[in-house]
Design a protein around this ligand. Structure first.
Ligand SMILES: Cc1cc2nc3c(=O)[nH]c(=O)nc-3n(C[C@H](O)[C@H](O)[C@H](O)COP(=O)(O)OP(=O)(O)OC[C@H]3O[C@@H](n4cnc5c(N)ncnc54)[C@H](O)[C@@H]3O)c2cc1C
Length: 419
């Protein structure tokens, strides 16, 4: 079967690879000149399969309201914008802020994230993939007792779900990550999530794309998709600025652009961009830089070593599709990193970046079919697209091929938004 994969981020390329391994003829289309040029370009680098707690939770509306008036807040919601899609998304988000929904959404995200980590490991072993990865786990650190108490409660919940988590007091934390001894702020403890991993999502996507290309997957870059053409309940082609492309099946992996393409088809997709920032700096003193990825739970910042570079990422701003870099939003990420690892990097040389996380209101991606027989979605991975990419690609490729996916996709499809 000929399958057109729309979008060459980490999700599109993982999907294309999985499809090609199952023997399909695959073409990948993207408006950029290369793979991973948008949200998959410079993310936090964490494969945090164990930590899939959804954004929507009972305490969040109150917290978000408090942050609404703080320009450098970790989560910034700008409800005064005249943007009906933001309002609709916000209402759905609020509806997911009950304990019951939070528990259901956590289970769904955990299902795909832990499956995905296994698929990533299998692909890495099979193809000998190198992408500046580490496999020693992730460390969550707390600056005060209340953040620690919340973190320990999460760790307990994850343990109850069968995930390995180790609670650390301050001394044990410093023994796990000696570079934290240089921190200029008090730390009260941490949690080690030993089975999680890190790696450079962009490098991974580039490497996997080369493997896919060698297996005859075609990449058509610098091609903007303008519309999907339909007949009855079937997609007949993709109209692009370079002509029409036809296939037997189509997979949309267009992240935050998904709703715009699907609206003319009568499909309302609740994905809204949550803009995040990262900085990348050259490591100057190896021993002063973390050996594992750190999540500073008090500041909502992740800090990851990617080879000889230090990457830090965080913040979320629900304010439309604009990708302008605002130094006010980046500053807390730089200062949190500098206060934990003051001697690790040259902080006067930073590569700033921002990207739009394709966020669903329940923090669960949309993986599966649509009312159009030959149209499939693999999108809306929000904060965890790198974590979930390989499993999402494999599960959808199995579904398209008429094979039973290795995980239950119940609750991950578009139909959950139909009421
Ligand atoms: C600051 C930040 C930190 C993050 N940290 C982590 C992390 O530590 N761990 C983790 O798991 N996830 C993380 N994420 C989330 C992760 O990066 C995303 O979920 C993931 O990159 C989404 O991948 P994607 O392929 O769906 O999107 P993209 O990489 O954006 O790919 C979509 C592609 O579609 C193409 N496209 C869109 N519209 C069109 C069109 N009309 N025509 C042609 N092409 C089009 C784009 O060019 C793009 O290449 C982070 C995100 C941000 C912003």
């Amino acid at each position: 079967m000929k399958v057109a994969v729309l979008g060459a981020g980490v999700i599109g390329v993982s999907t294309a690879h999985a499809l090609s391994m199952l023997g399909h003829e695959v073409v990948v289309i993207d408006r950029q000149h290369a793979v991973a040029e948008e949200t998959s370009f410079a993310n936090g680098g964490q494969i945090s399969a164990a930590h899939t707690t959804p954004w929507a939770a009972p305490h969040v509306p109150f917290q978000a309201f408090k942050w609404m008036f703080q320009a450098d807040a970790p989560l910034l919601f700008k409800p005064l914008r005249w943007d009906p899609s933001l309002w609709r998304w916000g209402l759905r988000f609020l509806a997911n802020c009950t304990s019951r929904h939070a528990a259901l959404n956590f289970e769904k995200a955990l299902r795909i994230a832990t499956y995905s980590r296994g698929v990533l490991q299998a692909w890495r072993q099979h193809h000998g993939l190198q992408y500046n990865q580490t496999t020693g786990g992730l460390l969550y650190v707390y600056r005060d007792q209340s953040a620690a108490a919340a973190g320990y409660a999460t760790a307990q919940k994850l343990t109850d779900h069968g995930l390995s988590q180790t609670i650390l007091d301050r001394d044990a934390l410093l023994a796990e990550e000696p570079a934290l001894a240089h921190a200029e702020v008090p730390l009260v403890g941490g949690v080690l999530s030993p089975d999680d991993e890190t790696g450079d999502a962009r490098q991974f996507t580039e490497t996997l794309a080369k493997i896919a290309q060698d297996a005859n997957v075609t990449f058509q870059f610098s091609t903007s998709i303008k519309a999907l053409t339909t007949r009855n309940r079937e997609i007949t082609g993709i109209a692009t600025d370079h002509g029409t492309i036809e296939a037997d099946a189509y997979v949309l992996c267009l992240a935050s652009e998904t709703p715009r393409l699907l609206k003319p088809l009568g499909l309302a997709i609740p994905i809204y961009p949550a803009k995040g920032y990262s900085m990348t700096s050259p490591i100057t003193t190896s021993d002063a830089a973390p050996s594992r990825s750190i999540t500073d739970e008090s500041k909502f910042v992740v800090i990851t070593r990617l080879g000889n570079q230090l990457r830090a990422a965080g913040t979320a701003e629900l304010a439309g599709w604009n990708t302008a870099l605002d130094p006010v939003r980046l500053a807390p990420i730089v200062s949190a990193t500098q206060s934990l690892f003051p001697n690790a990097a040259n902080y006067s040389v930073i590569e700033p970046w921002c990207g739009l996380r394709p966020a669903t209101p329940d923090s669960v991606p949309i993986i599966g079919g649509t009312p159009y027989d030959n149209l499939f979605l693999n999108t809306g991975h929000g904060t965890l697209g790198w974590t979930m990419a390989c499993g999402s690609g494999q599960a959808l490729a199995d579904l398209i091929s008429g094979r039973t996916p290795e995980i239950d996709l119940d609750g991950l499809g578009l139909d959950r938004f139909s009421h």
